[in-house]
Design a protein around this ligand. Structure first.
Ligand SMILES: Cc1cc2nc3c(=O)[nH]c(=O)nc-3n(C[C@H](O)[C@H](O)[C@H](O)COP(=O)(O)OP(=O)(O)OC[C@H]3O[C@@H](n4cnc5c(N)ncnc54)[C@H](O)[C@@H]3O)c2cc1C
Length: 414
């Protein structure tokens, strides 16, 4: 067993002494956790993965995962802020961005902004590359038009990375790019044409706004275009490879919530008596607890391996298949472990005197957001079989017309 990192210890202290007691309140009031965000910023945990040259700590994704796990054990909402302030959109900008873009993002994130990543649309969820939001070339930049929904932080975030189909002045398609849109919701200051249409009412993670955003010809100056290194034609692949870091972060939240629930359950089994004995003496519950513990450990190992893969990958981001595998396993395990922990509390688990019902509502999100469990399985299978697995009818038709390979492709370990 290795010693916990210094960052993990800072996070543990904050989680135990500040965030744990406030978690039920954010859930009840549906307020964004501004107070926690201020303390995260003060502790240097907002933007910890930002390179030192830009004022961050230059922490690795692996170190960030330790922080996320500690915070997720007590407050899922705050852990989501930490993920999005260190992985995903911020990682894309810190890797592909211009010096001015990097400086802007570093300044705002280090001061407490949680950037919003805007990919999903009403007609493009799992089929994200079928997005219809456009960025039309105009003098001095681009105009963004379209609707994004389920955008985490919509209405509180200042920085937005909007994925859009890039078009020339005459409407010819060029591919997909990222466009930086800056707003100041605290001052109700949004660029012309940018509207926060509404906030969803969610079953869990209640303090986090999930919003529909409308862009009606929003102007993005040339210097706020995030240019994927392979150009717009392969822009989606480049931008999504940065997103692999966010997937590892999301999986780590699910694992952290499960680890927190496991700990609550373990203590309760030792304390609660029925039939004149502590629950801990019943083998049925002991085996449940052992399975929960094994699931949490296995999730942690997959996530750590995926996070560590960034250190040797040419892109600097976690390996795509390892990230998919880790998020898939950790999210499904998280849902099961928290559900089992709640069961061990009997009626008490169903009430709000214990955090289990909140944790069960919160953790449910992670098999959906950021790539559903089904989509991740498709991605993993595609990598195993070394084939593209198109999901559109046209794609399948094309695949059926392609001659079958002479032999099964060799399975690769990633
Ligand atoms: C709380 C929350 C926060 C989110 N935050 C963001 C955010 O910040 N930014 C952002 O861009 N998006 C965000 N999302 C959106 C999220 O990424 C999408 O919900 C997700 O990609 C799935 O899209 P969908 O909801 O449209 O489901 P659909 O794509 O409509 O899928 C419906 C069901 O069909 C299944 N399915 C779809 N296609 C296939 C297939 N080919 N094979 C098998 N099964 C399939 C899915 O797995 C799912 O079970 C968030 C979502 C949630 C719930």
């Amino acid at each position: 067993m290795t010693e916990p990192s210094a960052l993990r210890l800072i996070a543990r202290e904050l989680a135990e002494t500040r965030f744990a007691d406030r978690a039920a309140g954010w859930d009840r009031t549906r307020e964004y956790c501004w107070r926690n965000v201020a303390e995260l910023a003060e502790a240097g945990l907002m933007g910890m993965t930002i390179p030192r040259a830009h004022g961050g700590r230059g922490a690795s994704f692996l170190e960030a995962c330790g922080v996320i796990e500690e915070i997720a054990k007590v407050c899922t909402l705050t852990a989501r802020v930490v993920v999005e302030a260190n992985m995903g959109a911020i990682s894309a900008v810190m890797t592909y961005g211009s010096p001015a873009q990097k400086a802007l993002w570093a300044e705002l994130v280090l001061a407490g902004d949680k950037p919003a990543i805007c990919i999903t649309e009403p007609g493009a969820g799992s089929a994200a590359s079928e997005m219809t939001t456009t960025a039309r070339r105009v003098a001095g930049g681009y105009r963004i038009s379209g609707t994004k929904h389920w955008i985490t932080g919509g209405g509180v975030s200042r920085l937005h990375l909007v994925f859009a189909r890039v078009e020339t002045e005459t409407g010819a398609p060029e591919g997909i790019g990222g466009f930086i849109v800056l707003a100041d919701p605290a001052r109700n200051d949004f660029p012309d044409g940018f509207t926060v249409v509404r906030r969803e009412r969610t079953m869990g993670l209640c303090g986090m706004p999930e919003a529909e955003l409308r862009f009606e010809g929003v102007f993005v100056a040339e210097d706020m275009v995030l240019r994927p290194p392979s150009g717009f034609a392969r822009g989606f692949a480049d931008l999504m490879s940065a997103y692999n870091s966010q997937r590892v972060g999301a999986g780590t939240i699910a694992m952290g919530v499960a680890a927190g629930a496991l700990d609550h359950a373990r203590r309760y089994l030792l304390q609660r008596q029925q039939f004149g004995r502590p629950l801990a003496e019943f083998q049925g519950l002991q085996w449940m607890l052992a399975d929960m513990d094994t699931g949490v450990h296995a999730s942690r190992l997959l996530l750590e391996a995926a996070a560590a893969s960034a250190q040797t990958s040419p892109t600097g981001f976690p390996d795509r298949t390892m990230a998919a595998r880790a998020k898939l396993f950790a999210s499904e395990t998280g849902v099961r472990v928290v559900n089992d922990a709640l069961q061990m509390f009997g009626a008490r688990g169903y009430g709000d005197a214990e955090p289990l019902e909140r944790m069960a509502r919160d953790v449910r999100m992670f098999t959906i957001g950021g790539g559903t469990a089904q989509v991740l399985r498709t991605q993993i299978a595609g990598a195993l079989l070394d084939i593209k697995t198109p999901q559109t009818r046209e794609g399948y038709t094309r695949l059926a017309q392609t001659p079958a390979p002479a032999a099964m492709p060799t399975l690769r370990a990633s």
